[in-house]
Every structure is written in structure tokens, then in C-alpha cells.
Design a protein around this ligand. Sequence first.
Ligand SMILES: [Zn+2]
Ligand SMILES: [Zn+2]
Length: 404
Amino acid sequence: MQSALSLSPSEIEQLISDRRDLHAHPELGYNEQRTAAMVAERLAAHGYEVTRQVGRTGIVGLIEGTKPAPEAESVATAGAARGLLYRADMDALPVREENTVAYRSQNDGVMHACGHDAHVAIALAVARRMAEARETFRGPLKFAFQPAEEGGNGAVAMIEDGVLNAPDVTAAIGLHVWNNFPAGTVGVYAGPMMAAVDEFALVIEGRGGHGAMPQQTVDAIVVAAQVVTALQTIVSRNVSPLDAAVVTVGKITGGSAFNVIAGAVEMRGTVRTFSTETHARIPEMFERVVRGVCDSMGASYALDYKRQTPPLVNNAEVCELVADCAAEVVGRDRVIRDESVRTMGGEDMSYFLERVPGCYFFLGTRNEARGLVHPHHSPRFDIDESAMASGVEIMTRVIKRYLA
Ligand SMILES: [Zn+2]
Ligand SMILES: [Zn+2]
């Protein structure tokens, strides 16, 4: 369906060279100095009003469409004017790249292993097109180039610095390149699409002692073993089988010698949930299990349970708009709308979508034939760059239709 693409050869060349330049110069969250400077310079050159340091290293580019309002509406619906936010994240990961491509990371130990380099390149291409087509839309269009998506909650930092206001936006859109889907496909899911991410650190405190005299001790390892097992019953016995949730203990440490009963055990892990109800209830369920097991065995505990990101919930109406535009570009049969779009992975785009309706969607970038199959965050992650043009085309259409 290449015919639906209206990108010129020079636009495609720029898109790929931007992505490769960013890929070669990855920067960690809140450290996106070079990336932010490049983005700001480019936006300013296209005539955007640029605000720097929105959410520390974030950049906002604002442009107003000049399409006149239909006369009948101009006064009556002035208060209901639309504004749109397009969000692209900029940060890389602390991963040492194992690819041997010419554009591989030049910043040792840091890598664009999630594809945010492509997000920036696509957004810049869209920004350029919209600047050249101001008469095709009306109202404010804001590009939010966000720092620190990977665990730094850069979205929150930008929201706190007012990215959604003055002028106000009424919807938000964004995309993630997605190696779980083949290039040429797009995944759009209305409703809860990505999981809420919580993080916990738990210390079980017993009383250490001689390995042969348990009666004088409270064995923190035995308590911890019970806690790990009991925590699994949250998902199997407390959450509806029709609702998805995961409790993972990812790290556990305790004890010092073969003949010593451990006085303390430390664990860390993550909890993933989809529905807002389960998300709201889970910290209490979690602590009830920990407290119950510890009480029954005479141990105490210290629990640090933290919210990372809320569930990412897409708005049905905006999803229909995106799915329609995607169908025009890749073909209706290549727009994936089923449960396979959902993932227990998390995304801080959810913070924007908590405040305004919107759609975050997946742009397929997997290519089996070319070996571009490695998962996100892998040291061998790379994408089929030819899919990026579809991302530009879809986003351009979504913007023009939302701000028609
Ligand atoms: Zn990631
Ligand atoms: Zn990502």
C-alpha cells in the first residue's frame, strides 16, 4: 500500500537520516541535551514557537492552524475549540548495543533499544509537514518532545510544567514503534491497552540465630518463601479471572552462611494491572497478604510500595479516528484491533491520557526476512525503518482530521 504515502523521496531520506543520527547519539532520561537541542532548532526553523526545559529536558513546539472556522460556529462554539497534543519520547536506555550497523550507538553503554529515536524522527517529519500546511487545520497543535519515559516519568514532569495548558489541548496522540507486529501493520486498541506499573521493595524482619536452633529464631527465609507463594494468590484468588494482573518477585536476597538462620530477607518486584479498579485495590491486597503471613510467623516487615505509571487507557472516539487514518495508509486488513494489541508493559503516555482523551497506538516495525525481530530493550533491537513513513502519513491525517 505504498501508494497511500505522500512522502517525497527527500522527506523519506530525512526521516531515516534523522533516526540514524539519533540512534548513534542516544541519551538517558533527563540527559537528552543533544537531542533536545536538535529538536528545538528544527522546530524553530519550521516556524514553531519553541519552549525549552518543559519537564527539565523536554521541548514543546506550538503552531496554530490558520484554517478559518465555519461562520455559523465561529462565535457560538468558540469556547469548545480543539487543541491537540502530539507526544514523542526522546530517551534511550542503559543498554550496550550489540548491533554492528553503521549507525550503532557511539555512546557506550547507552542505546536507543526501545525505538524512541524513531519516535523523534517521525514527529519531526510530521511537524515539518504541518508547518507547511497550516491552512489545512485550525487551532493549536503542540508537539511534546518528552524526556525520561523509561522509568523517569518525564510525562509527569512535562504536565507539571503546564504542557497541557495555555493553550489548552483537548486530545493527545502518540505512537510506539512495535517489533511484536510486522512492518506494514498498525495496532489500535480502544480502552485499557497497556498495564499500570507498580514497584515494591519489601524487607522481612525475623530474628537470626544458630542454624541448628530454630526455636531461638524467626527464620526470615522461611517467612519470605511463604510470602512469595502467598503473593501469587492475589492474582489467582483476589483478582477476577477476566481481569489481567501480574505479581512478579524479581529479586530476593537474604542470609549469610549455611549454618546461620537469616534475620532478614529483602525482595523487590513489580505488579502490573489493567483495570483502574484492580489498580486501586491492589496495594491493599498486597499488604494484607504480607502482613498476614508475617504476623502468623512472628516476623515484621517494611514495605515500600510505589506507583510508577497508571494503566494506559485509550479513548474510543479518538481510536476510531486513528484506525480510519491507519486504514487509509496501510489498508483496513492491516490495522490490528484485537486483544493482541494489549500488553502488560507500561508507558507514561498514560499520564497524558488520564487528563485528556486520546489514542496511543503501535506502528509495526518487525521484519523477519531482514532479521529485525529482536524485542524492545534487547541489545540487538533494531527496526524496519520503512515503516516510519506510514507513521508520518497516519499522524498527518489524524491531525488534519482532528483539527479540521
Ligand atoms: Zn521501553
Ligand atoms: Zn518505549
